[in-house]
Write a protein that binds this ligand. Sequence first.
Ligand SMILES: O=C(CO)COP(=O)(O)O
Length: 122
Amino acid sequence: MTRIALIAHDETKPELIEFARTHETQLQEYDLIATGTTGKRLLEGTDLEVERKESGPLGGDLMIGAEVAAGELDGIVFLRDPLRAQPHEPDISALLRICDVHDTAIATNLASASFLIEGLAE
Ligand SMILES: O=C(CO)COP(=O)(O)O
């Protein structure tokens, strides 16, 4: 089954929840994982089943990166906050890097997220 991760920083979480609601039918076809707080918000705001990892600043990004390294993930939607620095920036960079190493699809804004979700359906 196609497995994808959903991640958003605090300021972009509302956009991700809205995106997940809009694409809920499609997302139900996927095995979903998320960082801790994003996952909690998805469980509260949608009817999707989501496996929650640790919160991003506590290692959640790295846990998702480990799945990329193990070849277990097909794609990631990661709505980063482009306007605020994050304390765990090294973890975020590591996740982006490991996606490039393994050529794993990662969408970091809503426009590309739509392409990713629809592309993985094909
Ligand atoms: O910080 C994050 C990604 O870098 C997201 O973590 P949370 O979903 O736990 O807020």
